[in-house]
Write a protein that binds this ligand. Structure first.
Ligand code: TEU
Length: 570
């Protein structure tokens, strides 16, 4: 708390001609829920293409798509059965070509999702491995082991799935005879690949080339911290209070790769470098790691000059909306990533997290653990407070140097669906924990486009939606915010426009000490002074032209209220 120091040294130097990914505002599309073009209630690529103009208007530089590849959809597409085909649910490969062509006209780059830690159990490789039997070369694409115990009835080690239950499933052979076990860190339909098999690495290099050749600008790499497991697959040594091995999403600062033998193993860097080499065969392509690694002085090893271009900054996402905590994490991010020559990324929401407009509607400590989600039985958030803080937090974030990720719907201020009925749940977490953890569906609900035109607020022309929206969503629809001063949408547009105008992504950053206190945080970046008031008292503003603000009456008042941010011209 008291780590705030009074220094105003430059923590990020202005960069001339920064590469696009260093400064980009990247918009995450969750394909199921962005826009439905064919009326079946499921989002699709033609739906996205038809709505691309609204993203150009928002001012984003790139879109990252969660997976739209062929998949049985057991984990909403993160279970890929063919890495080179678009799933018919979302359209065709031609639809993607058309989408990329239109996006290119609008100056928007396309980033796709690579899922290298595991495939679907319906992938040809896994089907062949099951058929070929123990000891076959086909089994060596995955992590098959004999069980422990007299008859192999016990799993090979104590690892648990991130979605709940054991990380091992035993195959049943012909005639009902139980045989080997296979490893799956996620759902049992997502067998983990064996990255020490050279065929696996080669295949993924070719998948990268396949999509780069089609014109994609980059990849977000799923579970990048999990691809390589510790030799010998030793037991996981972290236990909860009941003595059960706890599944961890990633490595926390207290943990080591010896104790959690399935995350962050040193062997992974060889494969990162191979991915990077493939990206470097092309011009201007970028790779972003989804690596749950903390603290940042460990994570920074992933973005050394010959490794990933960038990595999600989940420590930032998890930071309390509070002056001292934010000051520390921003400083740490700029210093640590900067020490290896990388830029920082910033993110507050994605398809695995409770939306930040809802997280901030709770006391920080009351937000359920990442991935557990919120159901009707959980205490409900303060929606108005959450939205206000979310706007202030986004305005704080979008002024920082580096690249910012925004998740579809946050530009509308969408809250999580926190009262979704169990019958609609699709997240495997819900099923694997028998409802104890409701999972992530609440942040994956279809977007509202036109208020009250039909039951899904224009998401689909038919009013259908694969998940129902909460009643409140008609108030957040894009058409009721467009052109309306003080709306979340107009705030995002303004912030992104000013960010671009002042080149904040590549700007010179320092803390503004004389304004900073336990309740106020201020920084300057390329001539823009960003001030956030965490409250409770209103703050008299320094003089300066208001460039953007989350407080829409600030243009007439001169007091910055609690939980508000302003950008002033210096
Ligand atoms: O997530 C990986 C991850 O480490 C977590 O974010 C975790 O999946 C989630 O929080 C569980 O509660 C990636 C994807 O983003 C996620 O959607 C997939 O389910 C997962 O990998 C498996 O592919």
């Amino acid at each position: 708390m008291s780590k705030i120091t009074a220094d105003s040294k430059i923590l990020h130097h202005a960069i001339a001609d920064a590469k696009w990914w260093r400064t980009a505002v990247i918009y995450q599309i969750y394909p199921r829920s962005f826009a439905d073009g064919n009326g079946d209630g499921m989002g699709d690529l033609i739906g996205v293409t038809s709505r691309l103009d609204s993203l150009a208007e928002l001012g984003i530089d790139a879109i990252w798509f969660s997976p739209f590849f062929k998949s049985p959809q057991k984990d909403a597409g993160y279970d890929v059965s063919d890495y080179r085909q678009i799933d018919p649910l979302f359209g065709t490969n031609d639809d993607l070509d058309a989408l990329i062509a239109r996006a290119t006209q609008l100056g928007i780059k396309i980033i796709v999702d690579l899922v290298p830690n595991h495939t679907s159990d319906q992938h040809e490789w896994f089907k062949a491995a099951v058929a070929a039997g123990p000891g076959s070369p086909e089994r060596e694409y995955y992590i098959f082991r004999d069980g422990k115990g007299k008859n192999g009835e016990l799993p090979p080690n104590n690892w648990n799935s991130i979605f709940g239950g054991p990380a091992w499933t035993r195959l049943i052979g012909p005639g009902g005879k139980p045989e080997q076990w296979y490893l799956h860190m996620f759902d049992s339909t997502q067998p983990d690949l064996e990255w020490n098999n050279p065929v696996v690495a080669e295949e993924f290099e070719n998948i990268l080339r396949f999509w780069f050749d089609k014109g994609v600008a980059g990849f977000r790499v799923d579970v990048a911290h999990g691809m390589v497991k510790r030799d010998g697959l030793p037991d996981h040594k972290e236990h909860d209070k009941d003595g059960k091995p706890t599944p961890h999403l990633g490595l926390t600062p207290e943990q080591s790769e010896e104790r959690v033998p399935y995350w962050v193993q040193p062997g992974v860097h060889e494969f990162i470098r191979r991915f990077r080499k493939v990206a470097d065969e092309y011009e201007d392509r970028a790779l972003c790691a989804e690596a749950s690694v903390s603290p940042l002085n460990r994570l920074k090893l992933w973005v050394r000059p010959d490794e990933y271009h960038q990595t999600f900054n989940f420590d930032y996402l998890e930071t309390k909306f509070e002056s001292a905590a934010l000051k520390n994490i921003v400083t740490e991010s700029l210093v640590e990533f900067g020490s290896v020559g990388a830029g920082s990324t910033w993110v507050l929401s994605n398809h695995d997290q409770v939306r930040h407009a809802t997280r901030y509607g709770y006391d920080h400590g009351k937000v359920p653990k990442q991935g557990d989600g919120i159901g009707p039985d959980y205490p409900q958030p303060d929606e108005a407070l959450g939205l206000r803080k979310a706007q202030a937090a986004t305005a704080f974030m979008l002024g920082l140097p580096g690249s910012a990720y925004i998740y579809q719907g946050e530009e509308l201020g969408l809250p999580e669906h926190t009262t979704l009925e169990s019958k609609y749940r699709e997240d495997p977490t819900f099923f694997r924990t028998k409802g104890e953890r409701v999972g992530r569906d609440g942040c994956r609900v279809p977007l509202p486009w036109e208020s009250a035109v039909n039951a899904s607020n224009g998401f689909s022309a038919t009013g259908l939606g694969w998940l129902p929206q909460p009643e409140s969503y008609h108030r957040y629809a894009r058409d009721v915010q467009r052109g309306v001063a003080g709306s979340t949408l107009e705030l995002y547009k303004r912030l992104i426009a000013v960010r671009k105008e002042f080149n904040l992504g590549a700007g010179e950053f320092s803390w503004h000490d004389s304004l900073t206190s336990e309740t106020v945080l201020a920084y300057s970046n390329n001539g823009v002074l960003v001030v956030t008031n965490f409250g409770p008292d209103p703050l008299a503003l320094p003089k300066g032209e208001i460039l953007a603000t989350s407080q829409h009456d600030l243009w007439v008042a001169d007091l910055l209220e609690a939980n508000q941010t302003v950008w002033l011209k210096q």
